[in-house]
Write a protein that binds this ligand. Sequence first.
Ligand code: NAP
Ligand code: ZN
Ligand code: ZN
Length: 349
Amino acid sequence: MMKANARAVFSPEGPFQLTTIERRELQPHDVLIEIKYAGICHSDIHTARGEWGPVNYPLVPGHEIAGIVTQVGSEVTKFAVGDRVGVGCMVDSCGKCVNCHKGEEQYCLSGNTGTYGAIDRYGQYTQGGYSTHIVVTEDFVVRIPDGLELDVAAPLLCAGITTYSPLRHWGAAPGKRIAVVGLGGLGHMAVKLAHAMGAEVTVLSQTWKKKEDGLRLGADHYYATNDPETFTKLAGSFDLIVNTVSAKIDISAYLSLLALDGTLVNVGAPAEPMLINVFPLILHRRSFAGSTIGGIRETQEMLDFCAEHRIAPEIEVISAKQIDEAWERILASDVRYRFVIDISTMEIE
Ligand code: NAP
Ligand code: ZN
Ligand code: ZN
């Protein structure tokens, strides 16, 4: 076992404390990564606070990991010491089922192994990227292209792929009218990516406060959802709506904004169920769908796409001791647009 320093929560209320965790000895296909940056995803908060189910504390969150390979197992072929790499929301899957064979490891029939809060194939409890080092099998590591700095690459490993995958799946392209609900970490990536794919992009944010930002990020239009006129004005006007909101919203009202055959894909993951009125669905043959992250091959494709199109998240780099404060700001929708922890500050109290 190897030791790594980490920030963990010991209860749903937190706060974060500096701790030491164990990482397994390198197996033949493992790589050891020195983590440089870790993004903060709203899922870290849902998980750590027990909103999605029981948690084994202490928990080290973090599934937007960017770092450098510092050691490789005896049979590793894909990576070498010094490589710039990333790890996202999963660190393993069965590798044998139909979905794994398709490269959709996130939908593994046995369940993928989460980067934190899961039991891995060695029986060890996984701990995430708010830490100095991680050991991951090479098949779940991706290469960060030269054109991307490690700090901005980190959020792409979850916020980037979670929005890229449904945009590709539902065919974001010129001529498609796409709305993004919620301008947070995922939402701002959805705007940038959909714009780069050539779609006509509309931001639907709670208030008018982020209008300038929305347009600067690449949106063609921006509307506030607390303005009742928005829903009448935009009725029937989108081919695809990507809902990135972390809370329960009135989905039926948003379904009415879809055109014939339009799809609303939910990537936001509030714990509470959302009621759906079927009439907005059946009257215009609309669909309500979900999507989670993306496979490893698609994650690599997304990173290459971002490097090629010079797309990067807007980040605020924080020190490890500012995580609690950053979480409070995320909960207040006061994040512009992703917090990223500088892991070199991990040991500073
Ligand atoms: P985030 O940065 O906090 O962004 C969420 C945004 O939703 C906020 O910035 C806000 O945007 C809007 N919002 C928040 N509360 C709201 C409310 N009560 N009513 C209406 N809008 C509200 O979070 P994130 O990291 O982007 O994650 C968003 C959600 O996606 C979370 O639930 C997360 O767990 C989930 N997620 C899912 C996957 C997946 O695989 N499907 C992957 C990653 C994250 P405005 O201020 O613009 O309104
Ligand atoms: Zn995430
Ligand atoms: Zn599988």
